[in-house]
Design a protein around this ligand. Structure first.
Ligand code: 5GP
Ligand code: ZN
Length: 114
């Protein structure tokens, strides 16, 4: 828990969120500014600042996030596919410095850059 971190405050309940999933390692909630019919943020309960800070000690949280993503996608009816996005650092466009994966879907996504 990082006292100055928005997503740590959301995980602790200090800031309200629209929760869609929670387990021991992962918290997931709806993005406040959705870019698709389904737009869920999947975050580790441990404060990891960005993908650049993933290492051998904390990488289990990344695996747990992706296990959760598969469950949430199924629960949200995304059987036809979806996209998982991680923005890392300033050049990657990351605005909240707590590792998170955007799960977006519910529409045929067209704006592919890769
Ligand atoms: P990033 O730009 O760091 O990849 O993604 C941060 C995301 O967090 C953005 O999509 C933004 O809409 C979302 N966000 C920012 N503040 C809040 C908040 O207070 N509540 C929720 N649910 N989402 C937020
Ligand atoms: Zn945090």
């Amino acid at each position: 828990m990082n006292e100055n971190c928005l997503f740590c405050k959301i995980i602790s309940g200090a800031i309200p969120s629209s929760k869609v999933y929670e387990d021991e390692c992962v918290y997931a909630f709806r993005d406040i500014n959705p870019q698709a019919p389904v737009h869920v943020l999947v975050v580790p309960k441990a404060h990891i600042s960005s993908a650049a800070d993933v290492n051998a000690e904390n990488s289990v949280y990344v695996a747990k996030c992706f296990e959760a993503i598969a469950k949430i996608a199924a629960a949200e009816g995304l059987g036809n596919g979806y996209r998982v996005v991680n923005n890392c650092g300033e050049d990657g466009g990351q605005t909240v410095m707590h590792l998170h994966f955007h799960l977006i879907g519910g529409v045929k996504l067209s704006e592919k850059i890769i």
